[in-house]
Ligand binder design. Structure first.
Ligand code: SAH
Length: 347
Protein backbone atom coordinates (compact mmCIF):
# COMPACT_ATOMS: atom_id res chain seq x y z
CA UNK A 1 0.00 0.00 0.00
CA UNK A 2 1.09 3.60 -0.47
CA UNK A 3 1.60 5.76 2.61
CA UNK A 4 -1.58 7.67 1.76
CA UNK A 5 -3.52 4.43 1.71
CA UNK A 6 -2.01 3.43 5.03
CA UNK A 7 -2.99 6.76 6.56
CA UNK A 8 -6.56 6.27 5.29
CA UNK A 9 -6.59 2.78 6.75
CA UNK A 10 -5.32 4.08 10.09
CA UNK A 11 -8.01 6.78 9.99
CA UNK A 12 -10.78 4.27 9.29
CA UNK A 13 -9.71 1.31 11.40
CA UNK A 14 -7.69 3.16 14.06
CA UNK A 15 -4.93 0.58 13.84
CA UNK A 16 -2.44 -1.03 11.45
CA UNK A 17 -0.37 -4.20 11.34
CA UNK A 18 3.17 -4.05 12.66
CA UNK A 19 4.59 -4.02 9.13
CA UNK A 20 2.29 -1.20 8.13
CA UNK A 21 3.26 0.86 11.19
CA UNK A 22 6.90 0.19 10.38
CA UNK A 23 6.45 1.44 6.82
CA UNK A 24 4.74 4.63 8.04
CA UNK A 25 7.30 5.34 10.73
CA UNK A 26 10.21 4.80 8.35
CA UNK A 27 9.14 6.35 5.09
CA UNK A 28 6.90 9.41 5.47
CA UNK A 29 7.92 12.15 3.05
CA UNK A 30 6.80 15.77 3.22
CA UNK A 31 3.67 15.19 1.16
CA UNK A 32 2.66 12.22 3.30
CA UNK A 33 3.24 14.30 6.41
CA UNK A 34 0.85 16.97 5.22
CA UNK A 35 -1.76 14.34 4.48
CA UNK A 36 -1.24 12.65 7.84
CA UNK A 37 -1.47 15.92 9.79
CA UNK A 38 -4.61 16.98 7.89
CA UNK A 39 -6.35 13.69 8.76
CA UNK A 40 -5.25 14.05 12.41
CA UNK A 41 -6.61 17.62 12.58
CA UNK A 42 -9.95 16.54 11.07
CA UNK A 43 -10.27 13.76 13.60
CA UNK A 44 -9.41 16.05 16.52
CA UNK A 45 -11.84 18.74 15.35
CA UNK A 46 -14.65 16.18 15.05
CA UNK A 47 -14.59 15.89 18.83
CA UNK A 48 -12.93 19.05 20.10
CA UNK A 49 -13.53 21.66 17.41
CA UNK A 50 -10.98 24.45 17.51
CA UNK A 51 -10.49 24.22 21.28
CA UNK A 52 -7.07 23.95 22.87
CA UNK A 53 -6.91 23.34 26.62
CA UNK A 54 -4.31 24.91 28.86
CA UNK A 55 -3.16 23.06 31.97
CA UNK A 56 -1.31 24.97 34.66
CA UNK A 57 1.73 22.91 35.60
CA UNK A 58 2.99 23.30 39.16
CA UNK A 59 6.31 21.52 39.64
CA UNK A 60 6.15 21.35 43.41
CA UNK A 61 9.24 19.30 44.25
CA UNK A 62 12.38 18.19 42.46
CA UNK A 63 13.44 15.77 45.17
CA UNK A 64 13.25 12.24 43.81
CA UNK A 65 14.03 8.85 45.28
CA UNK A 66 14.43 7.32 41.82
CA UNK A 67 17.47 7.23 39.61
CA UNK A 68 16.10 7.09 36.04
CA UNK A 69 19.08 7.34 33.74
CA UNK A 70 17.57 10.00 31.46
CA UNK A 71 16.28 12.40 34.08
CA UNK A 72 18.01 15.51 35.39
CA UNK A 73 16.39 15.27 38.83
CA UNK A 74 17.50 11.64 39.40
CA UNK A 75 18.61 11.15 43.00
CA UNK A 76 22.27 10.67 42.14
CA UNK A 77 22.54 14.06 40.41
CA UNK A 78 24.36 15.94 43.15
CA UNK A 79 24.41 19.13 41.06
CA UNK A 80 20.64 19.54 41.09
CA UNK A 81 19.60 22.33 43.42
CA UNK A 82 16.70 20.76 45.30
CA UNK A 83 13.51 22.48 46.43
CA UNK A 84 10.09 21.66 47.83
CA UNK A 85 7.09 23.97 47.79
CA UNK A 86 5.03 24.38 50.94
CA UNK A 87 1.29 23.94 50.76
CA UNK A 88 0.86 27.74 50.91
CA UNK A 89 3.23 28.22 47.97
CA UNK A 90 1.34 25.66 45.92
CA UNK A 91 -1.96 27.32 46.78
CA UNK A 92 -0.64 30.71 45.79
CA UNK A 93 0.46 29.32 42.40
CA UNK A 94 -3.07 27.92 42.02
CA UNK A 95 -4.67 31.28 42.91
CA UNK A 96 -2.46 33.05 40.45
CA UNK A 97 -3.34 30.52 37.74
CA UNK A 98 -7.04 30.61 38.50
CA UNK A 99 -7.09 34.39 38.02
CA UNK A 100 -5.35 33.99 34.69
CA UNK A 101 -8.03 31.53 33.54
CA UNK A 102 -6.57 28.09 34.22
CA UNK A 103 -9.18 25.47 35.14
CA UNK A 104 -6.83 22.50 35.39
CA UNK A 105 -3.94 22.35 37.80
CA UNK A 106 -1.30 19.68 37.35
CA UNK A 107 0.78 18.91 40.43
CA UNK A 108 3.94 17.27 39.20
CA UNK A 109 7.07 16.28 41.02
CA UNK A 110 9.81 13.80 41.57
CA UNK A 111 8.94 10.82 43.74
CA UNK A 112 9.28 12.68 47.02
CA UNK A 113 7.93 10.69 49.94
CA UNK A 114 8.28 13.64 52.29
CA UNK A 115 4.80 14.47 50.98
CA UNK A 116 2.66 11.77 52.63
CA UNK A 117 -0.58 10.58 51.09
CA UNK A 118 -2.37 12.78 53.59
CA UNK A 119 -0.33 15.83 52.58
CA UNK A 120 -1.22 15.29 48.93
CA UNK A 121 -4.89 14.72 49.80
CA UNK A 122 -4.97 17.90 51.83
CA UNK A 123 -3.61 19.95 48.93
CA UNK A 124 -5.98 18.33 46.43
CA UNK A 125 -9.06 18.85 48.59
CA UNK A 126 -8.10 22.44 49.34
CA UNK A 127 -7.86 23.21 45.61
CA UNK A 128 -11.21 21.52 44.97
CA UNK A 129 -12.81 23.32 47.93
CA UNK A 130 -11.74 26.72 46.64
CA UNK A 131 -12.23 25.95 42.95
CA UNK A 132 -14.89 23.31 42.45
CA UNK A 133 -15.01 24.17 38.76
CA UNK A 134 -11.41 23.13 38.22
CA UNK A 135 -9.79 19.77 37.60
CA UNK A 136 -6.80 18.56 39.58
CA UNK A 137 -4.25 16.31 37.94
CA UNK A 138 -1.52 14.49 39.84
CA UNK A 139 1.79 13.40 38.32
CA UNK A 140 3.83 12.09 41.23
CA UNK A 141 4.89 8.66 40.07
CA UNK A 142 4.33 5.17 41.37
CA UNK A 143 2.39 4.66 44.58
CA UNK A 144 0.24 1.87 45.96
CA UNK A 145 -3.32 1.30 44.84
CA UNK A 146 -4.48 2.36 48.29
CA UNK A 147 -2.69 5.71 47.92
CA UNK A 148 -4.24 6.27 44.51
CA UNK A 149 -7.67 5.49 46.00
CA UNK A 150 -7.10 8.11 48.71
CA UNK A 151 -6.10 10.73 46.14
CA UNK A 152 -9.21 9.99 44.11
CA UNK A 153 -11.46 10.25 47.16
CA UNK A 154 -9.82 13.56 48.03
CA UNK A 155 -11.02 14.85 44.66
CA UNK A 156 -8.16 14.35 42.19
CA UNK A 157 -9.63 13.93 38.72
CA UNK A 158 -6.69 12.90 36.57
CA UNK A 159 -3.30 11.21 36.86
CA UNK A 160 -0.35 11.37 34.49
CA UNK A 161 2.10 8.48 34.57
CA UNK A 162 3.99 7.89 31.36
CA UNK A 163 4.74 4.20 30.83
CA UNK A 164 8.10 5.43 29.33
CA UNK A 165 8.50 2.29 27.18
CA UNK A 166 6.33 -0.80 26.88
CA UNK A 167 9.28 -3.07 26.13
CA UNK A 168 10.84 -4.79 29.11
CA UNK A 169 14.39 -4.90 27.80
CA UNK A 170 14.28 -1.26 26.72
CA UNK A 171 12.78 -0.32 30.09
CA UNK A 172 15.75 -1.90 31.87
CA UNK A 173 18.18 0.19 29.81
CA UNK A 174 16.51 3.43 30.92
CA UNK A 175 15.89 2.61 34.57
CA UNK A 176 17.70 1.18 37.59
CA UNK A 177 16.91 -2.41 38.61
CA UNK A 178 14.50 -1.50 41.38
CA UNK A 179 12.01 -0.09 38.86
CA UNK A 180 10.01 -2.50 36.74
CA UNK A 181 7.73 -2.08 33.75
CA UNK A 182 5.26 -4.46 35.43
CA UNK A 183 4.78 -2.15 38.38
CA UNK A 184 4.47 0.88 36.11
CA UNK A 185 1.74 -0.87 34.10
CA UNK A 186 0.08 -2.10 37.31
CA UNK A 187 -0.12 1.53 38.45
CA UNK A 188 -1.70 2.58 35.16
CA UNK A 189 -4.33 -0.17 35.29
CA UNK A 190 -5.13 0.66 38.95
CA UNK A 191 -5.49 4.34 38.11
CA UNK A 192 -7.93 3.57 35.30
CA UNK A 193 -9.95 1.15 37.40
CA UNK A 194 -10.20 3.62 40.26
CA UNK A 195 -11.73 6.12 37.84
CA UNK A 196 -8.99 8.63 37.10
CA UNK A 197 -8.75 10.12 33.65
CA UNK A 198 -5.37 8.54 33.08
CA UNK A 199 -2.39 9.57 30.99
CA UNK A 200 0.38 7.31 29.68
CA UNK A 201 3.09 7.96 27.11
CA UNK A 202 6.72 7.69 26.17
CA UNK A 203 9.73 9.73 25.16
CA UNK A 204 10.48 9.84 21.44
CA UNK A 205 14.04 8.94 20.51
CA UNK A 206 15.09 7.85 23.99
CA UNK A 207 18.44 6.03 24.01
CA UNK A 208 18.30 2.49 22.57
CA UNK A 209 14.72 2.92 21.33
CA UNK A 210 13.96 0.95 18.15
CA UNK A 211 11.07 1.20 15.70
CA UNK A 212 9.80 -2.09 17.12
CA UNK A 213 9.78 -0.54 20.61
CA UNK A 214 7.66 2.31 19.29
CA UNK A 215 5.23 -0.12 17.68
CA UNK A 216 4.98 -1.91 21.04
CA UNK A 217 4.29 1.46 22.68
CA UNK A 218 1.49 2.13 20.20
CA UNK A 219 -0.03 -1.31 20.85
CA UNK A 220 0.20 -0.76 24.60
CA UNK A 221 -1.50 2.63 24.29
CA UNK A 222 -4.26 1.19 22.13
CA UNK A 223 -4.91 -1.59 24.62
CA UNK A 224 -4.81 0.65 27.71
CA UNK A 225 -6.86 3.30 25.93
CA UNK A 226 -5.90 6.16 28.25
CA UNK A 227 -7.78 9.46 28.24
CA UNK A 228 -4.47 11.33 27.84
CA UNK A 229 -1.18 10.56 26.13
CA UNK A 230 1.97 12.55 26.83
CA UNK A 231 4.82 12.19 24.36
CA UNK A 232 7.82 14.40 23.78
CA UNK A 233 11.35 14.10 22.48
CA UNK A 234 14.08 12.79 24.75
CA UNK A 235 16.57 15.60 25.45
CA UNK A 236 19.87 14.85 27.20
CA UNK A 237 20.74 16.41 30.54
CA UNK A 238 24.40 17.21 31.18
CA UNK A 239 24.55 15.58 34.62
CA UNK A 240 23.10 12.18 33.66
CA UNK A 241 24.62 9.01 32.18
CA UNK A 242 22.83 9.89 28.92
CA UNK A 243 24.51 13.27 28.56
CA UNK A 244 26.12 12.33 25.23
CA UNK A 245 23.10 10.60 23.71
CA UNK A 246 21.33 12.14 20.73
CA UNK A 247 18.09 14.02 21.32
CA UNK A 248 14.81 12.81 19.84
CA UNK A 249 13.63 14.37 16.58
CA UNK A 250 10.79 16.86 16.28
CA UNK A 251 9.56 15.24 13.03
CA UNK A 252 9.30 11.82 14.68
CA UNK A 253 7.40 13.37 17.56
CA UNK A 254 4.97 15.07 15.18
CA UNK A 255 4.41 11.86 13.21
CA UNK A 256 3.63 10.02 16.42
CA UNK A 257 1.28 12.73 17.69
CA UNK A 258 -0.72 12.40 14.47
CA UNK A 259 -0.66 8.59 14.54
CA UNK A 260 -1.83 8.55 18.17
CA UNK A 261 -4.64 10.99 17.31
CA UNK A 262 -5.84 8.60 14.60
CA UNK A 263 -5.56 5.56 16.90
CA UNK A 264 -7.28 7.22 19.87
CA UNK A 265 -9.40 9.97 18.28
CA UNK A 266 -10.78 11.39 21.55
CA UNK A 267 -7.50 11.45 23.41
CA UNK A 268 -6.25 14.61 25.15
CA UNK A 269 -2.85 15.08 23.62
CA UNK A 270 -0.39 17.75 24.77
CA UNK A 271 2.12 19.50 22.57
CA UNK A 272 4.83 19.27 25.21
CA UNK A 273 7.40 21.70 26.55
CA UNK A 274 10.13 19.28 25.42
CA UNK A 275 8.84 19.62 21.83
CA UNK A 276 8.87 23.41 22.27
CA UNK A 277 12.43 23.15 23.54
CA UNK A 278 13.94 21.39 20.53
CA UNK A 279 11.97 23.50 18.02
CA UNK A 280 10.94 27.10 18.74
CA UNK A 281 7.57 26.45 17.04
CA UNK A 282 7.35 22.85 18.15
CA UNK A 283 4.20 23.26 20.20
CA UNK A 284 2.38 25.08 17.40
CA UNK A 285 3.43 22.33 14.98
CA UNK A 286 2.18 19.80 17.53
CA UNK A 287 -1.27 21.44 17.56
CA UNK A 288 -1.29 21.26 13.76
CA UNK A 289 -0.40 17.56 13.91
CA UNK A 290 -3.29 16.57 16.19
CA UNK A 291 -2.39 17.76 19.70
CA UNK A 292 -4.98 19.76 21.65
CA UNK A 293 -3.42 20.52 25.04
CA UNK A 294 -0.60 22.80 26.20
CA UNK A 295 0.81 22.76 29.70
CA UNK A 296 2.34 26.12 30.58
CA UNK A 297 4.48 26.45 33.66
CA UNK A 298 2.73 27.93 36.70
CA UNK A 299 5.47 27.19 39.20
CA UNK A 300 6.78 30.20 41.14
CA UNK A 301 9.44 31.92 39.03
CA UNK A 302 12.00 31.33 41.81
CA UNK A 303 11.98 27.54 41.29
CA UNK A 304 11.30 27.29 37.57
CA UNK A 305 14.96 27.10 36.71
CA UNK A 306 15.43 24.19 39.11
CA UNK A 307 12.95 21.66 37.76
CA UNK A 308 15.30 20.62 35.00
CA UNK A 309 14.62 17.18 33.59
CA UNK A 310 16.68 18.01 30.50
CA UNK A 311 18.95 20.81 29.25
CA UNK A 312 17.68 23.98 27.59
CA UNK A 313 14.11 23.90 28.97
CA UNK A 314 12.07 26.90 27.78
CA UNK A 315 9.91 29.24 29.86
CA UNK A 316 12.03 29.16 32.97
CA UNK A 317 12.07 32.94 33.25
CA UNK A 318 8.89 34.79 32.32
CA UNK A 319 6.13 35.92 34.65
CA UNK A 320 3.09 33.65 34.66
CA UNK A 321 0.85 36.42 33.31
CA UNK A 322 3.03 36.91 30.27
CA UNK A 323 3.04 33.17 29.85
CA UNK A 324 -0.75 33.02 29.46
CA UNK A 325 -0.73 35.78 26.84
CA UNK A 326 2.19 34.18 25.04
CA UNK A 327 0.23 30.92 24.88
CA UNK A 328 -2.87 32.68 23.58
CA UNK A 329 -0.86 34.27 20.80
CA UNK A 330 0.87 31.04 19.94
CA UNK A 331 -2.37 29.07 19.86
CA UNK A 332 -4.11 31.78 17.79
CA UNK A 333 -1.27 31.66 15.26
CA UNK A 334 -2.32 28.08 14.43
CA UNK A 335 -6.00 28.94 13.84
CA UNK A 336 -7.05 27.26 17.09
CA UNK A 337 -8.25 28.99 20.23
CA UNK A 338 -7.68 28.63 23.95
CA UNK A 339 -10.74 27.21 25.68
CA UNK A 340 -11.55 28.27 29.23
CA UNK A 341 -13.38 25.04 30.10
CA UNK A 342 -11.64 22.42 32.21
CA UNK A 343 -11.42 20.27 29.10
CA UNK A 344 -12.32 16.75 30.19
CA UNK A 345 -11.89 13.82 27.84
CA UNK A 346 -14.90 13.26 25.57
CA UNK A 347 -16.79 10.05 26.33
N1 SAH B 1 7.97 11.54 38.84
C1 SAH B 1 6.83 11.64 37.96
C2 SAH B 1 6.98 12.79 36.98
C3 SAH B 1 8.11 12.59 36.02
S1 SAH B 1 8.58 13.98 35.06
C4 SAH B 1 6.64 10.32 37.28
O1 SAH B 1 7.39 9.39 37.51
O2 SAH B 1 5.68 10.18 36.52
C5 SAH B 1 7.55 13.78 33.65
C6 SAH B 1 8.14 13.12 32.42
O3 SAH B 1 9.27 13.81 31.93
C7 SAH B 1 8.65 11.72 32.59
O4 SAH B 1 7.62 10.79 32.63
C8 SAH B 1 9.58 11.53 31.39
O5 SAH B 1 8.92 10.88 30.32
C9 SAH B 1 9.92 12.98 31.00
N2 SAH B 1 11.38 13.20 31.02
C10 SAH B 1 12.24 12.94 32.03
N3 SAH B 1 13.50 13.18 31.64
C11 SAH B 1 13.45 13.60 30.36
C12 SAH B 1 14.44 13.97 29.39
N4 SAH B 1 15.73 13.95 29.67
N5 SAH B 1 14.01 14.36 28.16
C13 SAH B 1 12.70 14.37 27.88
N6 SAH B 1 11.73 14.02 28.73
C14 SAH B 1 12.10 13.62 29.97
Amino acid sequence: MTNTELIDKLRNESSLTDDEFRQLLESLDEKDEEYLYARARERKEEFYGKDVYLRGLIEFTNYCKNDCLYCGIRCSNKNAERYRLKKEEIMSAVENGYKLGFRTFVLQGGEDLSYSDDDICEIVSEIKRLHGDSAVTLSIGERSRESYEKFFKAGADRYLLRHETANEEHYSKLHPNNLSPENRKRCLRDLKEIGFQTGAGMMVGSPFQTIDNIIEDLRFLKELSPEMVGIGPFIPHKDTPFKDKAEGRAEDTLHLLAIIRLMLPKVLLPATTALGTIDARGREKGLLAGANVIMPNLSPVTVRGKYLLYDGKICTGEEAAECWQCMQRRVASTGYEVSISRGDAKK
